[in-house]
Design a protein around this ligand. Structure first.
Ligand code: NAP
Length: 301
């Protein structure tokens, strides 16, 4: 069996085309969607990520506010910046590029972002919402994986899903989102003994460990769907995932490539979350219905 490719670039392109129509509808009613991106310090990788986000916003007609702060910015100043953006009606989404410098307390800063503008989905409220299935903004990478999975036409309910990686931004939210969709979910991490004994049972295998070559064909069930979230730069400069793509492709039914799989979806889902926030702002101009925020978007998604 040679797996079919789950094409994240193509899905991303298709979704972004749809965004243009939604942005046009907002503009027609006098609202320009806006995303604020805060970057502290000059980490070269972070600068690239922020650049990609700003560029994707421009392509879709979303206004971006790029706030670059020096590495030594005091936490109080960062919190004041967030408070200003929380109150700014031109800003519908706020994200802080991670990692933060060591003198900044990450959790306090993430929790200072209004839950209604937390388009990265890292605020404790949104994280907690994943547990009970009514998150306002699902975190972008797992959200993108969920849409990629849906393109295969596979019913997730009842499937054995194994998530390799248990980080707060990918593995754990991914597992919770698929549990919400009634999969039987196993989470593996660096302390898991005999990883293969878990992965071999997976109907759907999602790998987010940041370890090139971690998943080899012997660890994969025939016909499994394999989603590779990993992004690793090899010494020769090549970008690879965590999965031995060529080998595993001969056993899986569907597989994501790296690059061109999950990567493009992450920024696309950031824009999706920003547009949802802007659309809500427009609705609230016409109604005092703040209850709308309680509407879950993950149930049955
Ligand atoms: P992370 O915070 O470093 O977490 C890695 C997770 O993998 C941890 O839970 C760790 O276990 C686990 N792990 C490490 N080695 C393992 C092993 N040998 N066997 C099983 N589990 C192992 O990384 P992350 O931020 O979640 O990112 C993971 C990967 O996804 C990275 O390559 C990153 O670049 C990529 N990524 C891609 C996107 C995208 O848009 N495509 C977005 C985010 C991240 P412990 O918890 O026990 O340490």
């Amino acid at each position: 069996m040679t797996a079919q490719i789950i094409d994240g670039k193509a899905l991303s392109r298709q979704l972004r085309e749809g965004f243009k129509t939604r942005v046009a509808a907002l503009l027609e009613q006098g609202l320009t969607p806006g995303l604020a991106v805060i970057l502290i310090g000059d980490n070269p990788a972070s600068r690239v990520y922020v650049g990609n986000k700003v560029k994707a916003c421009e392509e879709c007609g979303v206004r971006s506010f790029h706030i670059a702060l020096p590495d030594h910015t005091p936490q109080a100043e960062l919190l004041a910046t967030i408070a200003r953006l929380n109150a700014d009606p031109a800003v519908h989404g706020i994200l802080i590029q991670l990692p933060l410098p060591p003198h900044i307390d990450g959790p306090s800063v993430l929790e200072a972002i209004s839950v209604h503008k937390d388009v990265d989905g890292f605020h404790l409220y949104n994280v907690g919402g994943l547990v009970v299935g009514n998150t306002i903004f699902p975190p972008c990478t797992p959200y993108g994986v969920q849409l990629l999975l849906d393109t295969t036409g596979t019913e997730v309910a009842g499937k054995n899903v194994v998530v390799v990686g248990a980080s707060n931004i990918v593995g754990k939210p991914m597992a919770l989102m698929l549990l919400q969709r009634e999969a039987t979910v196993t989470i593996c991490h660096a302390r898991t003994r005999d990883l293969a004994q878990h992965t071999i049972l997976a109907d759907i295998l999602i790998v987010a460990a940041g370890r090139p070559g971690l998943i080899v064909p012997q660890m994969v069930k025939h016909g499994a769907i394999v989603i590779d979230v990993g992004i690793n730069r090899l010494p020769d400069g090549k970008i690879v995932g965590d999965v031995d793509f060529a080998g595993v492709r001969e056993k899986a039914s569907w597989i994501t490539p790296v690059p061109g799989g999950v990567g493009p979806m992450t920024v696309t889902m950031l824009i999706e979350n920003t547009l949802r926030s802007a659309e809500r702002a427009l609705r609230l101009r016409h109604a005092d219905d703040y209850q709308e925020w309680e509407a879950p978007i993950l149930k049955g998604a």
